[in-house]
Design a protein around this ligand. Structure first.
Ligand code: AMP
Length: 429
């Protein structure tokens, strides 16, 4: 099989790495990829994965490339091409592609769409209202005493949520998003949710339109600094499994959310094929959904795929074909921990072009894989080229050993200004 993977982050490196292990794959491209992806080899014939300089949002060029190379299956990593309708475009041109179509991707692309859907189909969620009028929004926020999560409707790089605890702050936030266009057009409409309390967990489920197969637990670390201090980031690390939920709780949460989700999709003619990744608050009244994502989390992908024992090509095939009911997901009993090494200053301004040393030494450690995110290569060297640079991942018999192993690997890697959290998975021990 000839595969094309779309995207360039740590998530896509993990996808490429796992897909490359499949004996079905004879050739693989990644658009645009990164320096680590360009070093991956296929298990089948040892040929290198080829990175092609086409942006993940350049749909016409991606289509032309897939047609020219006679790609058998395209795998979409990031949310933007999904929201732009890459799946519909490829399908219209009779190309097989894995990921939700544009209608299904609305669960991530529009928080208002998701909120209405959840209310209509009895999916447990926060009390909420949808507004494009500042005055009406403020009225609703004051009824919640200002204890609100105020969210831009559209895609805002994961940053479009403001948490407020007073009426004054809520009023200011509503004004900033709706009138001030703090998040641009993504904020022409807002969802205001009541502020929920509890432990936050996320789930991943692979869907094929009718069946959803739940992944084990994982937890990410969104804040930039230790002790969950600092700014929100794309994710500074993750681990799986977590001790905070038992398998029975995961299954129960999955049932409460995924069953009405799939019924609702059937009722509304939404064909959801791909990963569904809901963010959930475990409140004293049970689990409640905060939001849906329509793709894999990053860095959750890195810990999941280092534990997954199935052939990922076969899983994606089943997701596309609608045959997931015949497949069981198999997970290694090992625990996996990923520590993100970022450029100093991220998620604010940061320098690029720093030489990265020690990658080979880290990769040589047992059960360790350094996934690249923001990296680029020159003839001789690998340089930093983004905010999140590497996702160093180790797996071992338990969380403590995996955590020790991953930090030993991180210690081997150096670049100017490197920043990483030292407490990934610490609270699970
Ligand atoms: P979202 O992108 O909707 O998941 O929101 C980003 C973050 O804001 C979440 O990971 C939560 O930490 C927080 N958040 C969102 N909605 C709520 C809510 N209704 N109550 C409490 N915290 C929330």
């Amino acid at each position: 099989m000839r595969l094309l993977v779309i995207g360039s982050g740590g998530r896509e490196h993990a996808l490429v790495w796992k897909l490359a292990q499949s004996p079905h794959v004879t050739r693989m491209w990644c658009a645009p990829g990164n320096a680590g992806i360009a070093e991956e080899r296929l298990a089948k014939n040892q040929s290198l994965v080829e990175c092609v300089k086409i942006g993940a949002e350049d749909l016409p060029k991606l289509l032309a490339f897939a047609e020219e190379k006679q790609v058998d299956l395209t795998v979409v990593g990031p949310d933007n091409p999904l929201a732009l309708g890459i799946v519909d475009l490829f399908q219209k041109n009779r190309l097989r592609i894995w990921g939700p179509n544009q209608k299904a991707a609305q669960f991530e692309a529009s928080k208002a769409f998701s909120q209405v859907f959840m209310q209509r189909h009895g999916i447990p969620t926060a009390r909420a209202g949808i507004f494009s009028d500042v005055r009406q929004g403020r009225e609703f926020a004051s009824r919640l005493n200002g204890l609100c999560a105020i969210k831009a409707d559209g895609l805002a790089l994961g940053k479009g949520v403001l948490i407020t605890e007073t009426i004054l702050d809520a009023e200011a936030a509503i004004q900033e998003i709706l009138d001030g266009r703090k998040f641009g057009e993504a904020g022409s409409k807002i969802v205001i949710q009541e502020l929920l309390e509890g432990a936050e967990v996320s789930l991943h489920a692979l869907c094929d339109g009718k069946t959803a197969r739940l992944f084990p637990t994982s937890q990410d670390h969104k804040r930039s600094h230790d002790g969950d201090q600092g700014l929100n980031t794309g994710g500074m690390g993750a681990f799986s499994p977590t001790p905070f939920m038992t398998d029975a709780q995961v299954a129960d949460t999955g049932r409460k959310i995924l069953e009405p989700f799939l019924r609702g999709c059937a009722a509304e003619g939404i064909d959801y094929r791909g990963i569904l990744y809901p963010g959930i608050m475990l409140t004293k009244d049970g689990p409640k959904v905060l939001e849906f994502n329509a793709r894999f989390g990053d860095p959750e992908t890195q810990v999941y795929l280092t534990r997954l024992e199935n052939d990922l090509v076969e899983l994606f095939d089943s997701s596309v074909n609608g045959t997931l009911d015949k497949v069981d997901l198999k997970w290694s009993a090992m625990a996996s921990v990923c520590v993100v090494m970022a450029s100093g200053g991220y998620p604010g301004n940061y320098a690029k072009g720093k030489v990265i040393a020690g990658l080979d030494a880290a990769n040589a450690l047992p059960h360790t894989k350094v996934f690249h995110a923001g990296t680029a290569r020159t003839a001789e060297q690998i340089l930093t080229s983004g905010g999140r640079v590497l996702g160093v991942t180790s797996w071992a018999k338990d969380l403590r050993s995996a955590r020790d192993a991953v930090y030993a690997a991180v210690e081997k890697i150096h670049f100017d200004g490197a920043h990483f959290r030292r407490d990934i998975a610490a609270k699970a021990l």
